[in-house]
Write a protein that binds this ligand. Structure first.
Ligand code: CA
Length: 231
């Protein structure tokens, strides 16, 4: 669940980024509309975008229009101090999916973002299934039936959840350390050489403790691969 946040008010941008990061979103925060467009045109896969209306470079409205002209369905939340009827209509006509007037509370922002995700199941499902394993976005647990028939709920940290989601979207494929790092760490993160390996070790240990169908293999010299037991 990766979010592109475009907000040029430093305090508000930092507060939103902090809140979303606590909720297991990976947040790329930029303060300039043109820079935001460069990220939207890159290979990074976003789940949601949050655009402030008035920005240096391109406005939030222009970002929305450009996305929709390219038939990009990315769900967009607009943030703005404008609250007249005409402004709301202009924002929604430009292709925004929802609209939040400043000042707003973080709880409302989170609730609206969850609603946006529910309305875009092709982009963000509520659950991800692979063989008998189910990853749940609401609880952030992995549900795994055991040989006994009992289903255990495996609680994952934010990073373990993000990592497992990435692997479950790419089963039986070799993914490189750089691919994992670039997709799961915000762009300003420093690429420490062992951070991906360390997180994978923790996730692997947790899966192994619970008789899990999912096994993360190391493919020496290439990267990692999620193998699905019995397939
Ligand atoms: Ca602004």
């Amino acid at each position: 669940m990766r979010v592109l946040l475009v907000e040029d008010e430093p305090d508000l941008g930092a507060a939103i980024k902090r809140t979303l990061t606590q909720e297991a979103y990976i947040v790329d925060w930029v303060e300039n509309g043109q820079e935001a467009w460069n990220y939207l045109e890159s290979d990074t896969q976003y789940t949601l975008a949050i655009f402030d209306w008035l920005l240096p470079g391109l406005s939030g409205l222009e970002l929305c229009q450009r996305l929709r002209r390219k038939s990009n369905p990315l769900p967009v939340m607009m943030l703005t101090a404008k609250d007249t009827q005409a402004d709301k209509v202009a924002g929604l006509d430009a292709g925004a999916d929802d609209y939040l007037v400043k000042p707003f509370g973080m709880a409302e922002l989170l609730a609206r973002l969850r609603a946006l995700q529910r309305r875009s199941p092709q982009i963000q499902p509520q659950q991800l299934h692979l063989k008998n394993s189910t990853l749940d976005y609401g609880t952030r647990n992995l549900y795994q039936p055991q040989k006994s028939g009992e289903v255990v709920a495996i609680a994952l940290t934010n990073k373990e959840f993000q990592l497992l989601e990435y692997f479950m979207r790419h089963p039986n494929q070799i993914v490189t350390r750089d691919q994992i790092f670039n997709q799961l760490w915000a762009f300003e993160a420093e690429p420490e050489s062992n951070v991906v390996a360390a997180q994978i070790r923790l996730l692997r240990r947790k899966l192994a403790e619970h008789d899990c169908d999912l096994i993360i293999e190391t493919v020496y010299g290439l990267g990692y691969r999620l193998m699905v037991n019995g397939c």
